[in-house]
Ligand binder design. Structure first.
Ligand code: ADP
Length: 273
């Protein structure tokens, strides 16, 4: 048998190749580091596009762990997470799913927007999140003990919460949790400028527009203008699109189909730019 170093790295595809740009909002880096040291599962909560995934990438890079990310959806089955037998010419072959890969080889498994998955899918993580740290692979007849470096992280957006789509209390109670929100104005402008090379004064104006839109949340708007959308607007401006047109396209049209709201937001843009 070849020495372990000669074996291909099963998590090679999930290793980050460059440090992600991340600007901390508060003490989340220290808190996550402590949770990882104890291998406690972490839940990151907050609106879409506010920096949750970027934070987890930053932590995976800082901790030197591969990051196995799964974008959850309602069609996802437990087998999509855990693995399945594949039919091949010579018979069948077991293929680990992303959760099993991370648990077996010591990665951080990040289940993004976990409430999108059905609850019968989500329960497969239970045994991994308590002192047992194991994953029963029933079909394969294996009880996998998680690698010492394995950690489970989930993200979720409380704004989308509904009776049909929520985390079961028995799932929630297995996690520690960090609250995220859009960064404070000066920080958010700095992030947008740094991500896109936009002029900082212009970035501050985009954040001003976002603040106007965020005040409309609950008055017809399900979600405010996120940091992600500001980065998109800035990207268009840097590529030469006129600022007002860029903001209409990147900030307003994606978040509303309502003509009145669209006009209100377009006016907010014209008032700032
Ligand atoms: P979420 O996972 O909350 O939906 P993301 O982490 O994908 O959101 O963030 C969306 C984008 O916003 C990122 O791609 C990045 O450009 C930017 N961003 C948000 N917060 C930060 C931050 N604190 N530092 C650097 N970039 C950020």
């Amino acid at each position: 048998m070849p020495p372990p170093t000669d074996r291909p790295d099963p998590l090679a595809a999930w290793r980050l190749t460059a440090p992600p740009h991340y600007q901390p909002q508060a003490d989340e880096v220290a808190l996550f580091t402590a949770a990882y040291a104890a291998r406690l599962p972490v839940m990151v909560k907050g609106p879409t596009g506010c920096g949750k995934s970027r934070f987890i990438e930053h932590m995976a890079w800082t901790l030197g762990r591969p990051l196995v990310t799964v974008a959850c959806n309602e069609d996802m089955t437990a087998a999509d997470l855990v693995g399945r037998f594949l039919l091949e010419a010579g018979g069948t072959r077991w293929q680990d799913g992303p959760l099993t890969l991370a648990a077996r080889h010591g990665g951080i498994c990040y289940l993004d927007e976990v409430v999108e998955a059905r609850q019968d899918t989500t329960v497969v993580i239970h045994a991994l999140t308590d002192h047992r740290r194991c994953l029963p692979l029933d079909k394969k007849g294996e009880l996998l003990r998680a690698h010492p470096d394995f950690q489970l992280v989930i993200s979720y957006n409380p704004g989308y919460q509904s009776l049909m789509k929520d985390l079961k209390p028995s799932t929630r109670q297995r996690f520690t949790a960090l609250d995220f929100d859009y960064p404070a104005a000066a920080l958010e402008a700095g992030i947008v400028a740094r991500e896109t090379d936009l002029d900082p004064a212009r970035a501050a104006q985009l954040v001003q527009i976002a603040h106007a839109a965020r005040r409309l949340k609950g008055h017809g708007l399900a979600e405010g203008i996120s940091t992600r959308l500001l980065v998109n607007a800035a990207t268009l401006i840097v590529r030469g699109v006129a600022p007002r047109a860029a903001c209409r396209m990147a900030l307003v049209r994606p978040i509303t189909d309502d003509a009145d709201l669209r006009d209100t937001l377009d006016h907010a843009i014209d008032a700032v730019l």
